[in-house]
Design a protein around this ligand. Structure first.
Ligand SMILES: [Mg+2]
Length: 373
C-alpha cells in the first residue's frame, strides 16, 4: 500500500446530535452526543476520525475541550508537517504528547481512513481483518424502574441482539439483575458498573455470581488492578476490564495479576486502532476474551468499531448496535442496521465505507476550524 505523500489541510469539527432517548450510567445521563471529528485532506481524498471523549471528564480525564486543544496545538501540526505518511507512523509521531489517547485516536483513525481510501481498500483489510459480519450486542442504560428495564431487555431480545449488557450502580444492582434473570433465564447477560464499587462491596458483588452472568464489567476503580485481582479470585463470574485498560502494558499487568478474564477494548480509549490491534493479539495469545465497546459514537466511530471487530482476537459480541437506537438522523450514510439474525455487515467500499452527509454535518455542527501546514 502506498503512503500518503502529504496532507493539505486538517479540520476539526464538533458536532452535537440529539439522542433518541437519554442514556444513563453510574456517572450520569446523556441527552445529546457531542463528538469531536477530525478530517484529513490529501489530493482530493478525505479521511475522517472521531474522538470518543465526552464533554465532561467522568468516563476519562479527557474532554472534548482537551481533545480539540491537543489536536490543534500538537497532533495535527505534526501530521501536517510529515511526508509519506502511513497510520503506523502515528504513535511514533505523537509520542511527545503524554496521555490524551482519545485525541490521538481521532487523528490516527482519520489517517487510517484516508490511507485506506487512497489505496482503494476497505479499512478492515488495511487492518488485517477478515471479511465477516459482526455479532451485535446491546448496552442498556440505567432505567427509571424495573418495569422499564425489563421492557428494554425484551425489546433487545426481540431485535436479535447476541447479548445484553445492563448498567448497574450502587443501590441499583442485585434486585435488578435478579428480576432480569428471572424473566430471561437463558439470556446471555452481563453487567457494567463503570467503576462504581469499592472493596467494601465485595460481598454484594460475590452474590451476583448466582445469576450466571457472562461477565461483570469494571466493578472497581480505574487504576485498581490489585483490588480487581482480589475480586476475581473470589468470583466464578469473569471480570471484564474497560476503563482500567489504557495500554497494552495495562493488559499485560491485568493478565499477570489475574485482574480480569475479559477485556473491553475501546479503540479510542487506548489511543487508536494500532494499539487496539496489539491488545486484541495479546488477548488471543493469552486466553483473554476480547470485545469492542462503544461510546455512543456517530456513524464515523461506529463504522471504525465494526471494521476493528473483524480482527483475530475479538471473541465475543461487542456493544456496536443499530444507529436507530441512538440517533434519529446520523451525520453519515448509511446507518448501521441489524440483520434479522443479529449480525451487522461491514459497510462496503474503501476506507470506513461510510460517507459524510454535508447538510447534516452543517446542521449538527457547533464548532469548526481548519488547520493548514
Ligand atoms: Mg464499560
Amino acid at each position: 500500500m502506498n503512503p500518503v505523500p502529504r496532507l493539505e489541510a486538517a479540520e476539526i469539527h464538533v458536532v452535537r446530535l440529539p439522542l433518541v432517548s437519554p442514556f444513563t450510567t453510574s456517572f450520569g445521563t446523556q441527552t445529546h452526543k457531542e463528538a469531536v471529528l477530525v478530517c484529513l485532506r490529501s489530493d482530493g481524498t478525505t479521511g475522517w476520525g472521531e474522538s470518543t471523549a465526552m464533554p465532561d471528564p467522568f468516563y476519562s480525564y479527557e474532554t472534548n475541550t482537551t481533545v480539540c486543544q491537543v489536536l490543534r496545538l500538537y497532533l495535527l501540526p505534526v501530521l501536517l508537517a510529515a511526508t509519506d505518511l502511513t497510520p503506523m507512523d502515528a504513535p511514533h509521531l505523537f509520542r511527545r504528547v503524554r496521555g490524551h489517547p482519545m485525541a490521538k485516536a481521532a487523528a490516527e483513525n482519520a489517517l487510517w481512513d484516508l490511507w485506506a481510501r487512497r489505496n482503494d481498500v476497505p479499512l478492515f483489510a488495511a487492518l488485517g481483518g477478515m471479511a465477516r459480519r459482526i455479532p451485535s450486542g446491546i448496552s442498556i442504560g440505567l432505567q427509571d424502574s424495573p418495569e422499564r428495564l425489563l421492557a428494554a431487555v425484551a425489546d433487545a431480545c426481540a431485535a436479535g441482539y447476541h447479548r445484553v449488557k445492563i448498567k448497574i450502580k450502587r443501590g441499583q444492582d442485585e434486585a435488578l439483575v435478579r428480576e432480569v434473570r428471572r424473566s430471561f433465564p437463558a439470556l446471555p447477560l452481563m453487567v457494567d458498573a463503570n467503576a462504581d464499587y469499592t472493596p467494601a462491596d465485595f460481598p454484594l458483588l460475590q452474590r451476583l455470581d448466582d445469576f450466571n452472568l457472562m461477565m461483570m464489567e469494571q466493578p472497581l476503580a480505574e487504576g485498581d488492578l490489585f483490588q480487581h485481582a482480589r475480586l476475581q479470585a473470589r468470583l466464578r463470574t469473569p471480570v471484564c476490564l474497560d476503563e482500567s485498560i489504557g495500554t497494552l502494558s495495562d493488559a499485560e499487568a491485568a493478565h499477570a495479576l489475574g485482574s480480569c478474564r475479559v477485556i473491553n477494548i475501546k479503540q479510542g480509549r487506548v489511543g487508536g486502532l494500532q494499539a487496539a490491534r496489539a491488545i486484541a493479539a495479546f488477548g488471543l495469545g493469552h486466553g483473554l476474551d476480547v470485545w469492542s465497546g462503544g461510546m455512543l459514537e456517530t456513524g464515523i466511530g461506529r463504522a471504525v468499531n465494526l471494521h476493528l471487530q473483524t480482527l483475530p482476537g475479538f471473541s465475543l459480541p461487542g456493544d456496536t448496535s443499530a444507529t436507530a437506537r441512538y440517533f434519529g438522523e446520523d451525520i453519515v450514510d448509511r446507518p448501521v442496521e441489524l440483520d434479522a439474525d443479529g449480525f451487522i455487515g461491514i459497510p462496503p467500499g474503501p476506507g470506513s465505507g461510510v460517507a459524510i452527509v454535508p447538510d447534516r454535518l452543517r446542521r449538527f455542527c457547533v464548532g469548526h476550524e481548519v488547520i493548514t501546514p
